[in-house]
Design a protein around this ligand. Structure first.
Ligand code: URA
Length: 266
């Protein structure tokens, strides 16, 4: 890893640690407690030639997933399910990230900044989400980020059940194409939609569930179940900025890290 990237990660971790109010930034690399992270800048890449065919296969899967997501985005635009409800949108915020991501985050709907840029989670909640992702040892480019609704609701209103139902097939298809190993649902609308429940976030968060739920939703028959970790929405964390809330979110993310074998990057 090059030095500026490592320095950026170390400082991101320090920032996240401060923001989430938890002490999880490893200041010494694992396996070598005497060597500070800041000295580890020259990891040598392994020779890759013997692995080349595998990389080609992964690249093939990535480009076909990317093409499938693009076709789905066009289908969404053509169908415009949001024409059936009130919006305040100027752009379609379809989702972004690695089409083969191992981890997917799902929020509720674009806000003002997302509507302006056409990108999910780029406003204040998105900045906190970026820090959560960095704290997990990942970059935004490693994950895929989507929302239940692809258009901004008026006054950032919470999506109704009917709005979520109309847009769900596109989100479910995004999940099927990306086929992540785990999903983090951010807040109530995404958690309730994927898990087919009306339970509160207080009950759902921190407990592994699966998508599709054991009582499968009719429109997602044929899916292999994907582990889902519901957690609080970053906008809620910003509103309830207590050590307790931040610690809960971090413990939810740590469960995801454990499942995926992720370590906060040293
Ligand atoms: N909140 C969301 O749920 N999604 C976004 O993209 C931004 C804010």
């Amino acid at each position: 890893m090059n030095e500026p990237r490592l320095a950026r990660l170390v400082s991101q971790h320090a920032m996240t640690s401060r923001l989430l109010g938890v002490d999880f930034v490893p200041s010494y690399q694992s396996g070598n407690p005497d060597r500070p992270v800041s000295e580890v800048v020259e990891a040598k890449p392994a020779p890759v030639s013997a692995k080349a065919p595998i990389f080609v296969a992964v690249d093939d899967r990535r480009s076909s997933a990317r093409a499938a997501l693009e076709a789905l985005r066009e289908q969404y635009i053509a169908d415009a399910p949001h024409q059936h409800f009130v919006t305040d949108h100027h752009s379609i915020v379809f989702g972004e990230g690695d089409p083969c991501a191992r981890l997917m985050f799902i929020g509720e709907a674009p806000g003002a900044e997302e509507d302006r840029t056409g990108r999910p989670f780029v406003g204040p909640a998105g900045q906190l989400l970026d820090k959560m992702i960095a704290a997990m040892g990942l970059g935004r480019e490693d994950v895929y980020i989507a929302n239940v609704l692809k258009t901004r609701p008026p006054n950032n209103a919470t999506p109704t059940t009917e709005e979520a139902r109309l847009c769900a097939p596109y989100l479910f298809e995004q999940i099927r194409i990306i086929s992540p190993e785990a999903i983090v649902t951010l807040g109530r609308p995404a958690s309730q939609l994927l898990l087919g429940t009306t339970e509160s976030m207080g009950r759902l968060r921190g407990h592994w569930a699966q998508f599709p739920p054991p009582e499968p939703l009719a429109e997602v028959a044929g899916f292999d179940p994907i582990p889902v970790m519901p957690t609080y929405h970053p906008a809620y964390v910003l509103r309830q900025y207590t050590a307790d809330t931040r610690q809960r979110v971090w413990s939810d993310l740590q469960q995801v890290m454990e499942l995926l074998g992720l370590k906060a990057r040293a």
